[in-house]
Design a protein around this ligand. Structure first.
Ligand code: NAP
Length: 473
């Protein structure tokens, strides 16, 4: 593993970064710990101002940041700009809401005194993030934890180092104290060492099972709290009375956005038999109309994948799926480019014994399943090791909500595309991980929820429980 920006469209090595030394890691943890203690006496309103400034700078520097992101991992420059704006929205939202979210919860208790739960910071958090949304993944952890007063050390994906570095520079430029968020080009061993350090109190990872097992394992061994945002094979269920004209415009987008490299991309289209043929035809037509090309060109509608390695992995999975009996309903013609393009494809007839049935394909491949009843749709949706999100489209939204409630995932959207926004929680179950980011749930991911009981004076007769009962004997 090396930290390199290699442009996936041109294959040029743009920049390489050296690994951090162990000494630098120690210095960074020391600084992060000191900054954490310094921030304990800083009013939260001051951090809100800084976070609003981060949002402002993201908007101001949108063109520059978008280009960095597109060169790092290949996404369409318009999608990069959307990601930069989403970061600004998240920063503004936590700047506006964290103080309220973190207000103490008063408890109605039989304890002798007034009981409340304070939400306090815990210290230094290590975050390990993936390349597919190089800024937004950082912001989801940074914004709530910065408002809370935790400090963070970032280990980003090795193929998006320039985005990581620039994100942290912008945060510092906005006025965040040094040590509030530090990007480091760490080896895997150094990530483990950082998590083991007694000054570090938590670890957040977004990525695959591979990264999740390593980081959650290190955190578990060191008895540190962790949150895991992992992979997904989100179902996209189409009931027999769905609005097929609307779906013709939505279904392909939720698979091809970000070149299909989204944890919550619709990875399994589960379609009722009466609308199945129409659905497949519409998907094939949409896939045949995409325009591959330079992701910096606004006319391009399908981007290269993020790396040669990712393209090769998807090609192997695709070949295995076809060898095991999946039918190729469509595949885009050869693309004359040295960019890491995978030709968008539509697969059908994936049977439960096909490896593709339970393997996440992280790229522009739509897998469509035909079902004959709602019960079968739910059974297929749930017959999967992942449980991140999902969508369901139907004629009657109340009925849709009943069906969606039976799908075992962390998020379901009925008649509307899945969205990730700061005021709604994000996260999954099963192999998709645990914990939530965004919203109040994400705000509380790394808090010390401290019980504080206060009484005017000690009154033995008011003290319930065995303690005084025993002494009175
Ligand atoms: P990955 O290999 O797990 O990488 C994610 C991060 O973990 C990278 O920074 C990676 O560093 C690091 N990492 C990997 N192994 C590690 C180890 N042993 N010790 C320390 N750090 C380690 O994931 P990916 O394949 O690049 O990302 C795509 C996956 O992420 C997909 O499965 C996708 O569904 C999932 N994802 C989930 C969410 C969500 O919110 N649930 C969001 C986006 C993506 P290196 O780059 O240096 O290997």
């Amino acid at each position: 593993m090396v930290y390199q920006t290699v442009n996936p469209y041109t294959n040029e090595l743009v920049k390489e970064y050296p690994f951090a030394t162990d000494e630098e890691l120690q210095d960074t943890i020391t600084l992060a710990d000191k900054t954490f203690h310094d921030m304990l006496s800083q009013p939260i309103a001051e951090r809100a101002k800084i976070l609003h400034k981060v949002a402002e700078l993201f908007r101001e520097k949108s063109d520059e940041l978008s280009e960095i992101c597109t060169v790092d991992m290949g996404k369409l420059v318009g999608e990069s700009a959307g990601e930069v704006e989403l970061c600004a929205i998240i920063a503004d939202w936590f700047a506006d809401h964290s103080e309220d979210l973190l207000k103490p919860d008063k408890l109605d208790s039989i304890v002798a005194g007034d009981a409340q739960v304070l939400h306090q910071p815990v210290g230094v958090v290590v975050m390990v993030e993936p390349w597919n949304f190089p800024y937004y993944q950082i912001m989801r952890v940074f914004a709530p934890n910065f408002m809370l007063g935790n400090t963070m050390i970032l280990k980003h994906a090795s193929n998006t180092p320039t985005s990581a570095k620039r994100f942290c520079e912008v945060v510092e430029e906005a006025g965040a104290p040094k040590g509030a968020l530090t990007n480091m080009f760490l080896t895997y061993d150094q990530v483990t060492k950082a998590i083991e350090d007694p000054r570090v109190q938590g670890a957040a990872l977004t990525g695959s099972e591979r990264g999740g097992v390593a980081v959650a394992g290190a955190a578990g061994k060191a008895l540190k709290k962790s949150t895991m945002e992992l992979g997904g094979m989100d179902p996209f269920i189409v009931l027999g009375d769905a609005d097929m004209d609307a779906l013709a415009d939505i279904a392909w987008r939720v698979r091809l956005y970000n070149a299909g490299q989204v944890c919550t991309s619709a990875k399994r289209f589960i379609v009722m038999d009466n609308v199945y043929d129409r659905f497949v035809d519409d998907m094939v037509e949409a896939f045949s109309k995409v325009t591959p090309g330079d992701p910096m060109d606004p006319k391009t509608t399908i981007a290269p994948m993020n790396s040669k390695r990712a393209k090769e992995k998807l090609q192997n999975q695709f070949d295995e799926a076809v060898a095991a009996g999946a039918k190729i309903a469509y595949q885009f013609p050869e693309i004359d480019s040295k960019g890491q393009f995978f030709r968008p494809a539509v697969l059908t007839d994936i049977t439960p014994d096909n490896p593709a049935y339970k393997t996440e394909m992280f790229g522009p491949v739509a897998a469509i399943y035909k079902v004959h009843s709602e019960e079968e749709a739910i059974a297929v949706a749930n017959d999967n090791p992942y449980g991140l999100g999902g969508m369901l489209f139907c004629g009657d939204k109340d009925h849709g909500a009943e069906v969606a409630a039976k799908v075992y995932t962390g998020m379901m959207f009925v008649n509307t595309p899945l969205a990730s926004l700061p005021d709604i929680p994000f996260g999954g179950v099963k192999l998709s991980g645990y914990g939530r980011e965004m919203s109040r749930l994400g705000q509380m991911a790394f808090t010390n929820d401290k019980l504080l009981v206060t009484a005017d004076h000690f009154d033995k007769t008011n003290a319930p429980g065995a303690l005084f009962a025993a002494q009175d004997l």
